[in-house]
Design a protein around this ligand. Structure first.
Ligand code: ATP
Length: 703
């Protein structure tokens, strides 16, 4: 596979370096996360996968789920995305990619290819790592679905790292990969019987695959091999693998028991958890007897009792031998049908190495094996011929029937009856991508109304209900970016509202409903709120200190101007008012003036000596003071002709506005005094307070 790869991804955040490997679906490059300055591995998927919407959605959803896994035996996922760029021919291509932990090391597949079987010790160590990874991921609700040596890396420090969690799920149902035989064949060797039958997988499916990996580490070859994915898948469903000890002489039979339990066809007979599986391996490695050797699946128990009869010579992992073994002469099933004599007991004084022993036995049995292989080949040819002619005859001119049309009103039972009544075999599949309610019919194959051979299979998919996903945080993004992110996460965008925001820039998303982080069913409609660039002046500024008001306004992005003013009602240093005032609608970042009290305002008492009372009172009033009189004893007409002879507050004194100044009046303009000299004995008091002490009577005026 050769792909055009851009030099950077995600607006330059990741620089893409040398190719470190490639598989059927992707190329993996070493790279650098320039923001964090760390080395990463970047898996860039084939661009044709990007046109597959089902794949894309699942890919990002799975990457998101797997990114949450945090375990030393799992390759960490840091990021994922799609990159659009022009290739060398100028054509726009879009590629999905995953940024992950870079592992300096080798895959188990490469190690097995170069070294052949591993020692029991190394096998145990690798299995402990793999099963610890699975125990953790299963607890987190994530099934790997594609455990195989190519997805297990051993770092240069010897740490086992499992990768590609969930990617297989993204590839499920993808049209692109269904026809991509390389990907299917690679995986078929570790496929659980339920996966081979297209049934629902669960965590025990991973344990089956892990059992196949264990098998391969012990023997140097996968449990089943064949010349097509179908041939291998068939063996997983119907054949029993040769016990590892029959391939590797001297290998303790306890390994057979562990492998048999892990690879039980019926998942209820397998280890229930990865932890149980791992504990059994640890038990064996510590010199104990694995539980599997005591209580195992009926088939395995039966075969274990047969183990003394295992007499198959070592089998090299060549297609012929493996294929023949997969076609029925596996020792597990028919140990006595092979015609082999038991190998000579190894009673020599020097223990040969396993490789030497393998070589010795292979030579001994070479002639017999050649004869048996010939017989098997002939049998196979005959079987193939029979199959070919049978299937040819049965498929010649088959009766064609119209496929019934099933729709969302059909229950499972009704769909089954309709399809069977028309002469087809009914098959049901779970549509885990559908956002329809659980149990709703979503699609069928072949389509309703088409012609298909009577007796062929019609598959119907039923939704298992929308899955719940966390609403992504799109605040601060443009409407288009937010819409893309929400749709990528499986949501629909509903109403778009605008609203005030103090902090989010105009035309950017302020929030969503449901809010980010909330869990909602896929397909849920999410409303978007966009900032209109307006906001309101905050409440509670009046009466607060200047510094508090300034900090509140600055935090909300306003610019602040401070003005001083006197106030009778607001203490000095506190805010009297703002302009614009609290609650007013303003643009983000508007200038707000806060007025800070300097305390009550003061006035200088004027001299009103010699004035009539009315004139004096009017003068005082115009200055914000209150007049009162004292010392008069005459009637109003007499008072009218009296003049001010004294003021209780001396002219020129500075007093708060509203202070009462008591005027001492004398009659007839004679200047004589009829009362005390109030200007010297009185005191200033604000409006409403008592007039000078000692006044016999006073009457305020002017307010
Ligand atoms: N995180 C990583 N760090 C270092 N090397 C890696 C990393 N991931 C993958 N590789 C290398 O890249 C190669 C290709 O990986 P990839 O997962 O695409 O393919 P595969 O598993 O070999 O094939 P398939 O597509 O069949 O699963 C691996 O074999 C490995 O050598």
């Amino acid at each position: 596979m050769s792909m055009y790869i851009p030099q950077t991804l995600a607006n330059g955040r990741y620089s893409v370096g040398d190719l470190v490997g490639h598989g059927g679906m992707a190329e993996v490059h070493i790279g650098t996360d320039t923001r964090l300055g760390r080395t990463v591995a970047i898996k860039i998927m084939r661009s044709d996968l990007a046109t597959d919407q089902i794949f894309l959605r699942r890919f990002h959803r799975e990457a998101l789920a797997v990114a949450k896994l945090n375990n030393p035996n799992i390759v960490a996922i840091y990021d994922s995305g799609d990159e659009e760029f022009a290739d060398e021919r100028g054509q726009i291509v879009r590629v999905p990619y995953i940024v992950m932990e870079y592992i300096k090391g080798q895959t188990l597949r490469d190690i097995l290819k170069v070294n052949g079987p591993l020692s029991e010790h190394d096998t145990g160590q690798v299995m402990i790592g793999v099963l610890s990874a699975l125990e953790y991921s299963h607890r987190e609700g994530i099934i790997h679905r594609d455990i195989k040596p190519g997805n297990i890396m051993i770092s240069d420090e010897g740490i086992v790292k499992v990768m590609d969690f969930g990617i297989a799920r993204a590839l499920d149902d993808s049209q692109t990969t269904m026809t991509q035989s390389q990907g299917v064949v690679g995986t078929a060797q570790y496929l659980s019987p339920e996966q081979a039958r297209g049934e629902q997988v669960d965590s025990r499916s991973d344990l089956y695959s892990a059992g196949c990996v264990l098998y391969e580490m012990l023997t140097g070859r996968p449990p089943f091999v064949g010349d097509s994915a179908v041939a291998i898948a068939y063996q997983h469903v119907s054949e029993t693998a040769t016990p590892p000890s029959a391939i590797v002489p001297g290998l303790p039979k306890e390994w057979d028991a562990i492998v048999a339990k892990a690879m039980a066809k019926n998942r209820t007979n397998r280890y229930a958890t990865a932890g149980e599986f791992r504990d059994d391996i640890v038990r064996l490695m510590n010199g104990g007897t694995p539980l599997a050797a005591g209580v195992v699946s009926p088939i395995a128990t039966e075969k274990l009792q047969d183990t003394p009869d295992y007499n198959i010579p070592p089998v090299q992992p060549t297609p012929q031998n493996s294929y023949a073994q997969g076609n029925g002469y596996a020792a597990y099933d028919q140990p006595t049908n092979t015609g082999y004599m038991p190998p000579a007991a190894t009673t020599g004084t020097m223990q040969p190495t396993r490789a030497e022993e393998l070589e010795k036995q292979r030579k001994k049995k070479h002639r017999t094996a050649a004869i048996v292989a010939s017989v098997v080949v002939v049998l196979l040819l005959v079987a193939a011929g029979v199959w070919y002619f049978t299937s040819r005859n049965s498929s010649a001119n088959p009766e064609m029937v119209t496929v019934p049309t099933i729709d969302s009103t059909y229950s499972r039972d009704r769909a089954k009856s309709a399809i069977e009544a028309a002469g087809f075999v009914y098959k049901e599949q779970v549509d885990s991508d559908s956002t329809e309610p659980d149990g709703t019919f979503t699609k069928q194959d072949p389509a309703g109304g088409t012609q298909a051979a009577k007796g062929s299979t019609v598959t119907c998919w039923f939704s298992d209900g929308p899955s719940s996903v966390a609403v992504p945080d799109v605040s601060g993004q443009t409407q288009a970016q937010a819409q893309q992110a929400l749709e990528k996460a499986g949501f629909k965008v509903g109403n778009i509202y605008t609203e005030d925001s103090a902090t989010v820039a105009k035309d950017k998303v302020t929030r969503t409903d449901p809010a980010d982080g909330e869990s909602a069913k896929e397909g849920t409609t999410v409303d978007l709120y966009i900032s209109n660039g307006m906001t309101t002046v905050p409440d509670d500024l009046v009466g607060s200190s200047q510094s508090d008001a300034q900090s509140t306004l600055s935090k909300s992005g306003f610019s602040v101007v401070v003005q001083q003013e006197s106030s009778d009602s607001v203490s000095e240093g506190l805010v009297t008012r703002t302009s614009p005032s609290s609650g007013e609608h303003v643009e983000q970042g508007a200038q707000i003036t806060i007025y800070v009290s300097t305390g009550p305002s003061t006035v200088t008492v004027p001299s009103v000596i010699g004035m009539t009372y009315d004139n004096a009172a009017a003068t005082l009033k115009s200055m914000g003071l209150v007049a009162a009189k004292s010392g008069s004893s005459g009637s109003g007409s007499v008072v009218g002709s009296m003049t001010v002879n004294g003021e209780t507050v001396s002219a020129g004194a500075s007093v708060p506005e509203g202070t009462t100044v008591t005027l001492v009046m004398t009659g007839g303009g004679s200047g004589g005094s009829s009362g005390s000299d109030a200007s010297s004995s009185g005191s200033a008091s604000p409006s409403g307070s008592a007039s000078p002490s000692g006044s016999a009577s006073s009457e305020s005026s002017g307010q």
